[in-house]
Unconditional design. Structure first.
Length: 239
């Protein structure tokens, strides 16, 4: 937020790490990023009550030029994910290449994503989560060389131990980010569009309410099939 009397400028970042952003209802097409956008930076000018006006819309990450990159954080334990977009403004003689970077820091609990900066065409968002904590392996102690001596029959060759679980951890991290982004964007949409509060903020609330009953029906169906097979005599199932 930037205070520029008599106006206030608010920078709003919406993103989805696993899919494209949906179009915002009740908003003109020129006031939102085009389809195929993964991360969108919107600047809103507020002057008094009920006078919000969108002044800037920048697609900083797009599926057509995504080219994702990952790297380790230098300041703390974690990982950084960078998505790329096109150039902005597209009609300018000197457009700037856009990108979107999420710094996922290792933490004991998950925090809300925080918009950090927009500089040189890159939006930086900082996020803390236990899923960003890496795993390490300690190699087993070497056997005493006196058992076999150097090159003797009792000495095994040193085999480098490679870290495992990083790929699986990254998958669960992306899955966690997808769910967190889904619920965050859904709650924001319900709040800004319908003025929802409390449980009404949950996106597709009716679906999630029916999930336990659907699981119960599936389990009951599987159990009934097992009972039917066990009740047959001589390899036949009673009809």
């Amino acid at each position: 937020m930037r205070d520029s009397p008599p106006s206030i400028y608010v920078d709003e970042v919406t993103f989805d790490l696993c899919g494209e952003l949906p179009q915002v209802e009740d908003r003109a097409s020129e006031d939102q990023c085009p389809s195929g956008t993964r991360a969108c930076l919107t600047t809103i000018n507020n002057k008094g009550e009920n006078s919000a006006r969108i002044t800037t819309v920048i697609p900083v990450a797009q599926s057509s030029s995504l080219n994702p990159e990952t790297s380790s954080l230098s300041s703390s334990s974690g990982v950084a994910v960078t998505f790329h977009g096109g150039s902005y403004p597209p009609s300018s003689s000197n457009p700037v290449s856009q990108s979107f970077k999420v710094s996922l820091a290792c933490a004991e609990s998950t925090s809300e994503p925080q918009f950090s900066s927009y500089q040189d065409g890159q939006v930086l968002v900082e996020w803390s989560s236990p899923a960003a904590c890496g795993t390490t392996q300690t190699p087993p102690p070497k056997e005493d060389e006196s058992n076999g001596g150097s090159g003797g029959p009792g000495k095994e060759e040193d085999v480098p131990i490679q870290g495992v679980g990083s790929g699986l951890g990254f998958f669960f991290l992306m899955l966690l980010l997808a769910f967190a982004t889904y619920f965050a964007l859904g709650a924001y949409y319900n709040y800004s569009t319908y003025g929802s509060r409390s449980w009404d903020l949950i996106p597709h609330r009716d679906f999630w309410r029916e999930v336990p009953y659907m699981l119960q029906d599936v389990i009951a169906h599987l159990c009934s099939n097992v009972r039917t097979r066990r009740s047959g005599r001589g390899g036949y199932i009673a009809v």
